[in-house]
Design a protein around this ligand. Structure first.
Ligand SMILES: Cc1ncc(COP(=O)(O)O)c(C=O)c1O
Length: 378
């Protein structure tokens, strides 16, 4: 395994996180318990919604949110073509069919223009608005379309805890929203997810589905699963939530500093933040000129001990799993972004010196790669 000087993601686990988990372990109440419900109430309050239900991860959170809203077999769900695969596979898990929508070249988020084209297709019942990398999707316009066309709007905020659009937290706009608490996320439980909504019935349904479809003890009224979290996860979640704003501020400061160092480099597009948006930089995504240069810079950074990654090298419509299901070519902007994106470290544990090293190494790598690629072409 490569030993990095600077990692791309690092969870922030402090003494208070450790103590909270130990306290639960000592209490003897390890499975679902009161601390889970306390966390759900606190998270709902933080987002500014009425209700919340934790589940095992963000993927099942999205699947159960769609199912609880009434999406199922025969329904089509608009999903951005440029996102983590779970945004689309969640729809398939509950028998629906994703329809891939192109994205905006500045923010990487679902294109409102392409949504307007595709909402007219027969059978479309819902829009999944992914707030990719921590930058909010154009949620106001999407909500207007959803209201106008009588569609459901579900926010996939797996990467956007604490992000805001027009001064309101993402997760508070749709009919329901989901978050992930995977280890790399802005707040974590190791694994975990949550569905939030202002509709009590939606959250009650999710709670039933996550618990074997039980409406009362050993009374199973529909097919359900075990998608519950443990009390250790919830205890960790409570502490992580308390420091989310502080850690997001650090991410924003780090991103702003890195951008100030990179903005003078030719051929590099630094991350965009819309005037109405608060970006929480789960991923700090730059765009480079071509796939050759991007791949070369990625290799060069890695060999210099700085972990970087491509999110995402293959757009969803071109993934073998979807090609095998008969999905055709679509979404030119998404395909172009997959050639250019490179994610650089800005997590809250990084200081100025480390960010300076990231920027200096990046500048050197870029220069070397430009030369290399030029020579390959000649
Ligand atoms: C945009 C997006 N949606 C959904 C998920 C699924 O979350 P999880 O990994 O917790 O299942 C992720 C996870 O990375 C994600 O990035």
């Amino acid at each position: 395994m490569t030993q990095y000087k600077i990692k791309l993601f690092e969870p922030v686990i402090e003494q208070e996180d450790i103590e909270a988990v130990i306290e639960v372990l000592k209490s003897g109440w390890l499975a679902h318990g009161p601390v889970v419900e306390t966390f759900e109430q606190e998270f709902a309050r933080y987002i500014g919604v009425e209700h919340a239900a934790t589940v095992s991860n963000g993927t099942v959170a999205l699947a159960l949110a769609l199912k609880a809203l009434g999406v199922g077999p025969g329904d089509r769900v608009l999903v951005p073509d440029y996102t983590f695969i779970a945004s689309a596979t969640a729809a398939i898990m509950i028998g629906a069919t994703p329809v891939f929508v192109d994205v905006d070249s500045k923010t990487f988020n679902i294109s409102v223009d392409d949504v307007l084209q595709k909402v007219e297709e027969p059978g479309v019942k819902a829009i999944v608005a992914v707030h990719l990398f921590g930058h909010p999707a154009e949620i106001k316009a999407l909500k207007e379309i959803a209201t106008d066309k009588r569609l459901l709007l579900v926010e996939d905020a797996a990467q956007a805890h604490g992000a805001e659009a027009w001064g309101k937290k993402v997760g508070s706009f749709g009919d329901a929203a989901i978050f992930s608490f995977y280890a790399t996320k802005n707040m974590t439980m190791g694994e975990g997810g949550i569905v939030v909504s202002n509709e009590k019935s939606v959250i009650e349904k999710v709670k039933m589905l996550r618990n074997h479809g039980q409406s009362a003890r050993y009374l199973h009224v529909e097919l359900g699963w075990n998608f519950r979290i443990t009390s250790m996860q919830a205890a960790l979640g409570r502490v992580q939530l308390r420091k989310l704003d502080r850690l997001n501020d650090l991410r924003r400061q780090n991103a702003s500093y890195l951008s100030s160092l990179l903005s003078r480099l030719e051929g590099v597009e630094i991350p965009y933040e819309a005037p109405w948006a608060k970006h929480v930089y789960h991923v700090y995504a730059v765009k480079l000129g071509t796939r050759n240069i991007r791949d070369c810079v990625q290799k060069c950074m890695t060999s210099n001990g700085i972990e970087v990654a491509v999110h995402y090298p293959i757009p969803l419509h071109a993934q073998p799993v979807f090609r095998n299901m008969g999905y055709a070519e679509c979404c030119p902007t998404s395909s172009a972004l997959a050639e250019k994106e490179l994610s650089l470290p800005v997590h809250p544990k990084l200081g100025r010196e480390e960010l300076k090293l990231v920027a200096e190494t990046f500048a050197k790598c870029l220069e070397r790669c430009r030369e290399e690629v030029k020579q390959q072409i000649q």
